[in-house]
Design a protein around this ligand. Sequence first.
Ligand code: NAI
Ligand code: MG
Length: 340
Amino acid sequence: MNPVTAPRLCVIPGDGIGQEVIPAAVEVLTAVIPHLHIVTAEAGWGTFERCGVSVPEETLTAVRDCGAGLFGAVSSPSRQVAGYRSAILTMRQELDLYANIRPVQSLPRVSPRPDVDMIIVRENTEGLYVGRERWVDGGETAVAERHITRRASRRIAQKALALMQCQNRRKLTIVHKANVLPLTDGLFRDTVREVFNGTQMDADGRGFVIDELLVDVAALKMVAAPESFDVIITTNLFGDILSDAAAHWGGGLGLAASLNWGDGVALAEPVHGSAPDIAGKGIANPMAAILSGALLARYVWGMAEVAERMETAVAHTLAHETYPQLTTTQAITHSILASL
Ligand code: NAI
Ligand code: MG
């Protein structure tokens, strides 16, 4: 591949353990893609303290220019701070990263069950996350608006369709609460169905299997029968909650990877936060960050084999008898590099 077509990556370590796990992921990515062109940018709470904004304009430009970013984590204060807006929410909105892809697979040793293999496709821009809260009744009632648009529902469905075609996955479960929210969730459900109606999977004409679940039943099933899911598509808040629950089956936060994906730009990030309790100790698990890098390879750069190599190296490291003795970020990273 010549330098013009070499994949480009904007690396944004962020706060806390982001500074530890992202360099590890970059080490693995450059081992499997030696011609990867890397630029570094900043975002997060530390950036806000220094510059007064959590995501500088140059960072947004760098991610747009590269078409791909790898973000660590942000430390968000649990009190309101004037002028501060969460770095990851800002990047999702500013870069219009409308799909949040969260795969969950059983992995050796760390997964409580052997047969889980699902992808959660979460709408990433609207729902309750439009952030429109207000007081009414002279402060006696707080109201939050929940926005569902046909446009956002259609494009997330189209993303799910493309992903299912590329991954050869057939079963889609639409998760909603249309019995209580017939307008908003009815619109979401019906729009997803419209996009999938009439589409065919392959030359043999095998169609998709589309079913739907109310979110409460979906939560029960996520606990009781996670292996029954293939691809789940859902609105923003339901996807946020269900995907954290699902992460349990993939070995927990240290292993959970995600991809924020728009048109022409994507930002991969481990699901975990900045982990202030372990930050600076060199003991954070880099696997979630490495697996997030693999998502860029698979979905953004069209390098399925590279992604598989990275994922297999992680699984191999987990399965190896020495894994329990790998207690540092560096030791885990070295083991993965050796398993590539
Ligand atoms: P967290 O994910 O940072 O940590 C939860 C627990 O999991 C902690 O005990 C931590 O040590 C452990 N953990 C997380 N990642 C790990 C890893 N790679 N290896 C080993 N252990 C790991 O969530 P928490 O504590 O609720 O939030 C801490 C900060 O992170 C907060 O400021 C929060 O706002 C922020 N946060 C940021 C996110 C993001 O950037 N997307 C997502 C979640 C939280
Ligand atoms: Mg979350």
